[in-house]
Ligand binder design. Sequence first.
Ligand code: DC
Length: 230
Amino acid sequence: MRKITIAIDGHSSTGKSTMAKQLAKTLGYVYVDTGAMYRAITLYALQKGYIGPNIAKPEFLIRELPLIHLEFKHNASKGFSEMYLNNTNVEKEIRTLEVSRYVSQISEIREVRQKLVLLQKEMGKKKGLVMDGRDIGTVVFPNAELKIFMTANPEIRATRRYKELIDRGADISFEEVLENVQQRDFLDTNREFSPLKKADDAIVLDNSTLSPEEQFKRTLALVEDRINTA
Ligand code: DC
C-alpha cells in the first residue's frame, strides 16, 4: 500500500502524541515526537545553567548546538521510542513541569529551530511517517498528504495534563498547570519564527468533547481516504 506523510500540529496537551503514536502503530509507520526534541534541548540548557529563573543566555546555547546530539531509540519492551540526549536516556526528565516552563523560550530561538527542522526533514525522507509538533504542516512537511490541527478548550487540556502529572507523583496545583498551558499557547502562537498556526489545508480536530476512540476513528478514515486518493 502507498505510504504517506501525516503531519499533526496543534495546541499543547491536546493529545497529539497519543493519537500520533496510535496511528503509527496501526499503520506500521514511524512516529516522531518533535516536542521531545525541543524539550531535550531545553533540558540541556537547564543543566548547563543557560536558562532558569531570571537567567537567559541563548548565545551560549547557540554556540554549543553542534555539540548536542539527539536520537530516538526504540524501546522494545515499552513499544515506543525514547529520547536520548548525548547518548543518555532523558525520556523522563524532559516531561517535567520545569522543562515545560522553559521550552517555549528555547523553541523560539531561530538557530534551535533550524537545527531541529533539518533533522526532522531528514527523518521524513522515506514517507510512512507520523510526525507531531507545532510547525510540521507549515514548515517541516508543507507537502504532507494529510495535515491535522488538534485543539481543545484550555481548561479541558489543563485538566488532562494535571491528571497526568499527579499520576506521575508531581506536587503541583491545577492553577499552575492551567497557567502553563495558557502561557505556552501564547508563546507558541506569537513567536517570530515558525509560530503555531494551522496550515491552510489542515483539517481541524477539536477534541474538547470527543472521546479518544471517536477521534481516532475519524482520523483513520481521513488517512484511508488520503492513501487512496493522494
Ligand atoms: O508537544 P510538546 O508539548 O511536548 O512540545 C513542547 C514545546 O516544544 C511546545 O510548547 C512548543 C515546542 N515545539 C515547537 O515549537 N515546535 C514543534 N514542532 C514541537 C514543539
